[in-house]
Design a binder for this molecule. Structure first.
Ligand code: PLP
Length: 390
């Protein structure tokens, strides 16, 4: 039996993230007629309010689904069995996306990494240059690999694709980056950007988002695979009317509107600067503990989550279990290849400095309680940084 621990649960997984009180209240309403005028206005409003977060004036579709649903939609709308796609194996989420592509019969070309850095734009460019017959139909990039906390430079991937003069579609999974850092669907000429509600956007799980370029929409209209529920076409209509072709997740959309209002009130640059500050404070704590970050490339450090390795011979899962039991805090676990070797501190979404400091304190106490070799002083290092950074 788990023992009772008083105080509020500290949710520091990299999604789902904490819901602001205002977001919780916004959902706490009776449903409305999703074919009535109030709903149409809500649908149009949330799409408008999502635009600056995605950096797009184009189509943004919302499926009542988790992010995985939007992955599937991207594949079936634009690609058909046998089409070749290029993916960088940056971590567990690129692995799962690749697995899905394989299940759909796509011909996957993969670029390996050691799961400790982002995708290599030069390597992608080289493969595309060598693909003179343009057999590669799409390039998949996971912007923020939540499993490793490494970012990929989407703008640089786009430049590499342009240099190679390659017409492949650029598809980006921004599930754990959107709302945590600057994102530019239009400026980076991304064709498909996929996101979810439960991370930087501070909304419960259940909504997925897809920003679609005209080129990707044209590819979908011209082909793709058989599809029904996942068809993008009704999303384009929904962008104009605000209505969905099925029953939408009405209360989640109220939550989303409130969350986007909160982000606009803080100001998107301030939201992104806050995430960068918390990520840096967390890394300073890790350095002071003498532990190793999973991400080896300082240019690829992520804003919303930090994956930390435990020393060889120690169990990250046991550390997390001790922290949950003794301090009532949930951290992210190591996934796939880094299972039990890594634990992840989520610092995205609705978070104040004191919550972050509380989380880091919980980790430091947990390291001690679980007998993981480390140095004291991580909390002090983070505190010193945050005090200066304001
Ligand atoms: N891609 C990334 C980068 C993720 O972090 C996640 C979930 O954590 C997913 C995809 C899968 O999304 P979902 O669990 O919402 O289906």
């Amino acid at each position: 039996m788990t023992q009772f621990v008083s105080g509020r649960h500290f949710l520091h997984t990299p999604g789902p993230t904490n819901l602001p009180e205002r977001v919780q209240r916004a959902m706490d309403r009776n449903a409305i007629n999703h074919r009535g005028p109030e709903f149409g206005a809500l649908g149009r409003e949330v799409i408008q309010k999502l635009r600056p977060v995605f950096g797009t004036d184009g189509i943004i579709g919302i499926f009542p689904a988790s992010g995985t649903g939007a992955w599937e939609a991207a594949l079936v709308n634009t690609l058909r069995e046998g089409d070749r796609v290029l993916i960088s194996r940056t971590g567990q989420f690129s692995h799962l996306w690749e697995q899905m592509a394989t299940r759909f019969g796509l011909d996957v070309m993969a670029l390996e990494t050691d799961w400790r850095r982002g995708a290599d734009p030069l390597a992608i460019g080289k493969v595309l240059e060598d693909d003179r017959e343009h057999r590669i139909k799409a390039v998949f990039v996971v912007h923020s690999e939540t499993s490793t906390s490494c970012m990929s430079d989407v703008g640089a991937v786009r430049e590499a694709m342009d240099r190679a003069k390659h017409p492949a579609l650029l598809m980006v999974d921004a599930i754990s980056s959107l709302g945590c850092c600057d994102y530019r669907h239009d400026a980076w000429k991304v064709d498909v950007t996929i996101a979810g509600s439960q991370k930087g956007l501070m909304v419960p799980p259940g909504l997925s988002f897809t920003a679609i370029s005209e080129k990707a929409m044209a590819a979908a209209r011209a082909g793709g695979s058989r599809r029904s529920y996942w068809d993008w076409e009704p999303l384009a209509t929904a962008n104009k009317t605000g209505f969905f072709p099925y029953t939408p997740a009405i209360n989640l959309l109220w939550a989303l509107r409130e969350a986007l209002d909160i982000m606009a009130e803080e100001g998107l640059p301030a939201v992104y600067a806050r995430h960068a500050r918390y990520a840096e404070a967390t890394r300073r704590a890790v350095a002071a503990w003498g532990l190793e970050l999973q991400c080896l490339d300082p240019h690829a450090y992520g804003p919303g989550v930090t994956a930390i390795r435990v020393p060889d011979g120690h169990s990250a899962d046991r550390l997390r279990a001790v922290i949950l039991e003794q301090f009532n805090m949930s951290l992210g676990n190591g996934l796939g290849r880094v299972e039990d070797k890594v634990f992840r501190i989520g610092h995205m979404g609705d978070l104040g400095v004191l919550s972050l400091m509380g989380a880091l304190t919980g980790v430091e106490m947990g390291l001690r309680a679980a007998g993981i070799p480390h140095k004291a002083g991580g909390v002090q290092a983070a505190l010193a940084f945050l005090s200066q950074a304001g």
